[in-house]
Design a protein around this ligand. Structure first.
Ligand code: ARG
Length: 407
């Protein structure tokens, strides 16, 4: 008999796992996290539903049930560093699920220490990215802890899970016949499986919960002003989890943040994933726009390639790597200049930046203008072009000569 901390969602699979561990005589601590997954709107309904998950765990025989609100921690420790890196996997996915896994692992390890558990367990299958992310993060935090992945060792089919549940009095909720596999937190909602497995099939409207379809969107655009202070965004004086939740609701109403991606999983297969990330997509668009205003050309160009590396590390489960930490330090070095305001227009599924301002802005209207008051030195341009093009001219001349000699 051992003590196991189980990452528990309250769904059928992890409920069956919990029961199986209890039946086998283990002491199970069921750990449930509130990452803002319920609706992305900081609704109070979320905590009530999660309280039921806790009650269910205890009813199934868990020795203890933890419900931890990690929304603020998720935004501060995971999402904001990712925002500083404009992190989007393969250029489009804001890494919502990927960012939550290392935090789940941290909580698993913290709980294991608290309860003297020697093992933690998760309900990931052997085909996804999440098993990799959770296990690498647990290992990096405490290599002495064993991570159990029972559904990888012995996959559980829906009918088998249902049969086991019926035999062992595991309540089966009415939502068990879900058409999709869904994972969500404040940074976004991911939808996979079912009819989405055919990449030619357009995602049906019922796949979406946070974003309005074309017919349900307001006819008029709405503007939101995002204020950044040292790189930290605020909207209408609200920061952190509440700000992201409110933005999810606001941008989601305009259909912002729907993503349909055939992506490359860590384990080598391609999979079709659908996401809705209204808040994160809007924040990343705004953050990029502020960077374009305040960073130098060289900084921007260089950072872009590092941003891509950052998103790959996060996706691939390498959040605990020294390189990710080094990139965080690099990104933090811009913070003192990342103060300013960005205005974003939410309209017809798009978050379009239509205004930026910053005391650190490098944009100089006197240099940029085509109108009166132009301070740009036009005469210097011809000398610049002469020298800038010199290597090209030399190269072309040598190539021509070589051609003549060869003849
Ligand atoms: N494909 C996405 C990722 O790897 C989403 C995974 C969502 N996880 C899930 N269990 N549905 O980050």
């Amino acid at each position: 008999m051992s003590t196991i901390v189980l990452a528990y969602s309250g769904g059928l699979d992890t409920s069956v796992l919990l029961k199986q561990y209890v039946v086998a005589g283990h002491k199970v601590i069921a750990m449930t996290l509130d990452l803002g997954e319920s609706d992305g709107t900081a609704g109070t309904g979320a905590s009530a539903a999660l309280d039921e998950v806790k009650t269910k765990a205890l009813a199934l025989g868990a020795h203890g049930a933890l419900l931890v609100d990690v929304k603020e921690r998720f935004i501060t420790e995971m999402a904001l560093p990712a925002l500083r890196a404009n992190a989007m996997y393969e250029g489009v996915y804001p890494l919502s699920a990927a960012l939550s896994r290392p935090l789940i692992s941290a909580l698993l390890v913290e709980s294991a220490h608290r309860y003297g558990a020697d093992a933690v367990a998760h309900g990931c299958t052997g085909k996804g990215n999440d098993q990799v992310r959770i296990e690498l993060a647990v290992r990096a935090l405490d290599p002495s802890i064993t991570t159990l992945a029972p559904l990888r060792e012995k996959p559980l089919s829906r009918p088998d899970a249902m049969a086991y549940a019926r035999e062992h009095d595991v309540p089966i909720s009415s939502t068990v016949a879900k058409p999709y596999s869904v994972d969500a937190n404040l940074w976004g909602r991911s939808i996979e499986a079912g009819v989405l497995e055919d990449p030619w099939t357009a995602p049906p409207e019922d796949a979406f919960a946070w974003t309005a379809g074309a017919h349900a969107q307001p006819a008029e655009p709405e503007h939101v002003v995002i204020s950044f202070e040292d790189g930290v965004p605020t909207i209408d004086g609200v920061t952190g989890a509440n700000m992201v939740a409110a933005l999810n609701a606001k941008a989601g109403a305009h259909g912002v943040g729907r993503i349909d991606l055939v992506e490359d999983r860590v384990i080598g297969v391609k999979s079709r994933e659908v996401y809705e990330c209204p808040g994160s997509i809007t924040l990343i668009a705004a953050h990029k726009a502020l960077e374009r205003l305040v960073l130098t050309r060289d900084e921007l160009r260089f950072k872009m390639s590092l941003d891509q590396k950052y998103s790959e590390l996060v996706y691939d489960g390498l959040w605990p790597s020294p390189l990710r930490k080094a990139l965080d330090a690099f990104n933090a070095s811009f913070a003192s200049r990342m103060t300013g305001k960005v205005r974003v227009k939410l309209y017809r599924g798009q978050a379009i930046v239509d205004g930026t301002t910053s005391p650190h802005g490098l944009y100089d209207e006197k240099l940029a203008t085509y109108g009166v008051g132009d301070k740009f030195n036009h005469d210097a341009a011809s000398g610049f072009i002469e020298l800038w093009g010199l290597p090209l001219e030399l190269g072309a001349r040598v190539a021509r000569d070589a051609l003549t000699i060869a003849r």
